[in-house]
Ligand binder design. Sequence first.
Ligand code: AMP
Ligand code: MG
Length: 406
Amino acid sequence: MISVEQHLDRILGTVKVIRPFEQGVLDAQGCILAEDVRARGSLPGFTNSAMDGYAVHARDVSSATPESPVVLPVVNDIAAGNTSALSLAQGQTMRIMTGAPMPHGADAVVPVEATDGGVVRVQIRERSVVGQHVRELGEDVEAGSVVLKRGTLVGPGQIALLAAAGVPRLRVVPRPRVVVISTGDELVDVGTTPAFGQIVDSNSLMLTAAVTAVGATPFRVGGIPDDARVLMQTLEGQLVRADAIITTGGVSMGAFDTVKEVLSRVGTMQFDKVAMRPGMPQGFGLLGEEQVPVFTLPGNPVSALVSFHVFVAPALRAMAGRPEPAYPPGYVPAVAAEPFTSVPGKMEFVRVVLEDDRARLAGGQGSHMLGALAAADALAVIPESVSAVQAGDPLECLPLLGREGQ
Ligand code: AMP
Ligand code: MG
């Protein structure tokens, strides 16, 4: 028996960051930048108005007050999108809209609220100073400067900056492409009514959703029978398009545990008993020419989802180039709302409902119990040394993917 930490260390010591790849700016969402990115142009790209109002020479309106307004002739209108090079003579004004280019010579904008809104002649009731309500060329970003550093996680704000700075494509660590395969003679696909002795393959849907939730790209193969040839053929077919493969089922001590039987002899696959509950039987290794990481998870759905959170999610994040610490990955503190027991010698992952920071059992803790799994917000992680938890004891919880906002 090995510890959870030993198994995770072996996995994280084996997986590699995926080779960077040039992507369109929108496809970089959720990815880590593989290079420093420089702005192709300045932001703003031209000096423009920050308000709807009147472009002026500040000197012309330096004495304006509500009691003695300055009156100026309005010689033009400038809307956002106007591309002509205009010039403003002293003693004149132009109506200007937010984002419209400042005419040459003008050095301030008087907001429309400080005027009578005239279109031929305008009364200006407020003095202005040079630069007021003007967005200067390059005040935000200088052309040629590094705007985002290698290692940055790209989100909506970064995408806006890249687009505005004239960067349509960039090198990022791609999202891992993850193939999900379930094994078991008893499986039927969702939408098919199971006959006596059959069950719906919920694992492949659950893990496909989990892969999406960690920002990777899933390919769901679905259920295959407990058959050595079908398994090998399926794996060989999938290895070409996968950065990682997840299988479920067939890794325990049963008579038809094909995954373990077949893969024990292949690549660097290694099958271990890990001191955890649920999720004890685990397999991991590299398969194929491209040395694709393969995670063989146990078949019970709760075991499979716990294994995903504890081993697969940190590995996928590492492959995506994310710097976050893999262990313990984002635990949150809570307090036990009720007493419960825990098996000594194993790290236990207890499905709990969180109410503020109070954790109560989500229901039956059997590793086949989907009702309790679906009710849970988090896994309370009970160390090997603990055999009983009292109400009021502090707990470390691992939030379940997609339940963080509950
Ligand atoms: P195994 O690890 O193959 O021995 O499976 C353990 C338990 O998990 C059995 O009760 C299986 O029926 C169940 N199981 C296996 N694969 C799936 C699946 N894809 N979806 C739902 N339950 C499964
Ligand atoms: Mg099975």
